[in-house]
Design a protein around this ligand. Structure first.
Ligand code: PBG
Length: 347
């Protein structure tokens, strides 16, 4: 029948009721039907701070270790681009590291100083702090390592509570436990509440995978697991006994529901790009806001390919962030935050 029609009219017309291309005809039409809108306001900017001058990070081209002054200026620059939240990571001098990571809750340490400064200069910017022991651990682990090389769960949680409380006292709006110890969200919630910090939120790294994509970050902070400790102490060379197996998806649901029940205000999936299925599955099981972390390895794969001229950096960054949002992330932690905000404003 179609062939006869073609023959008779000498033209090709499929007579389709639905032609999806009608909705892609013009920029205005595409804007109208767009399902995911990326905004600067949903981006969270991870920043590195140290006790020293501003310096580029070799392991993460395009990122810097900031002095307290440099950090504040960078927060101001990001805020002017519409970014409303930053997350802070400290690069700690070896002399402050120990196997018990006591520096993690030093009230006059680097992080409380940074939080106080930012909240003073930019009170409207949300300051998120990382709750985990690795930057302060001479063993390079998120928890305390015993003499047999075990990562001690409950002992670690006790230290994390002190750390989170100290962050709240310094003025943090949100504390973000990234350590993956069991029960830490409940313990931190109780500690904050018992000390009058009911209004400080918890963003929990709920489904955090043991990922090779964190490699550059550990270089930036000098926080990778150490190969051998003092006195021949056994130290696990990986984080597989606390971070999740990349092969598991249902376990991400278990972790997320536990954190929700324990009092998390926001849950997180990390890494983001290679774990879009996990983000999508989490949207089906929780009504909490979902964050996703485009981690250092994801950042650097884009950066390296862009600098080689192999891909268009701007387009690929916007596409990768849009895909993470499309999968179901309400907010995205990304080292590209200010650049992406700038690009979104130009568009
Ligand atoms: C550790 C922590 C890590 C990252 C954030 N917090 C590294 C790790 O778990 O080993 C990774 C972030 C990134 O790679 O960008 N508490």
């Amino acid at each position: 029948m179609m062939l006869r029609m073609l023959h008779e009219n000498n033209e090709f017309n499929l007579d389709l009721p639905q032609r999806p291309r009608r909705r892609r005809r013009t920029p205005a039409m595409r804007e109208l039907v767009r399902e995911t809108r990326l905004t600067a306001q949903q981006l969270i900017y991870p920043l590195f701070v140290h006790d020293g001058v501003d310096e580029p990070i070799d392991a993460m081209p395009g990122c810097n270790r900031w002095s307290l002054d440099g950090l504040c200026d960078e927060v101001g620059r990001a805020a002017a681009l519409g970014i409303g939240a930053v997350v802070l990571f400290p690069k700690v001098d070896d002399k402050y590291k120990s196997s018990t990571a006591d520096e993690a809750y030093n009230p006059v340490g680097l992080i409380p100083q940074a939080v106080t400064r930012i909240k003073l200069e930019y009170p409207d910017v949300l300051v998120i702090t990382d709750v985990a022991l690795d930057p302060y651990s001479s063993d390079g682990h998120d928890g305390i390592v015993d003499d047999n090389g075990e990562i001690l769960n409950d002992e670690t949680v006790q230290v994390l509570c002190k750390q989170a409380l100290m962050h709240a006292q310094a003025g943090a709006d949100i504390v973000a436990p990234s350590d993956m110890m069991d029960g830490r969200v409940a313990a931190i919630r109780q500690t904050l509440d018992a000390n009058g910090y009911e209004s400080v939120s918890i963003m929990s790294y709920s489904a955090k995978y043991a990922s090779a994509f964190y490699g550059p970050f550990r270089g930036a902070l000098d926080s990778a697991p150490k190969s051998n400790g003092q006195g021949g102490k056994k130290i696990p060379s990986d984080k597989l006994t606390y971070q999740m197996d990349p092969a598991n998806a249902r376990e991400a649901i278990t972790e997320t529901l536990l954190d929700e029940a324990e009092g998390a205000d926001i849950v997180m999936v990390k890494p983001a790009g290679p774990y879009l299925d996990i983000i999508q599955r989490i949207t089906q099981v929780t009504t909490l806001p979902i964050a996703a972390y485009q981690v250092s390895g994801e950042y650097l794969m884009i950066k390296a390919a862009s600098e080689s001229g192999w891909v268009d950096e701007k387009k690929i960054v916007i596409e990768s962030l849009t895909a993470i949002a499309r999968a179901g992330a309400d907010m995205i932690l990304t080292y590209y935050a200010p650049q992406a905000a700038q690009w979104l404003a130009e568009k």
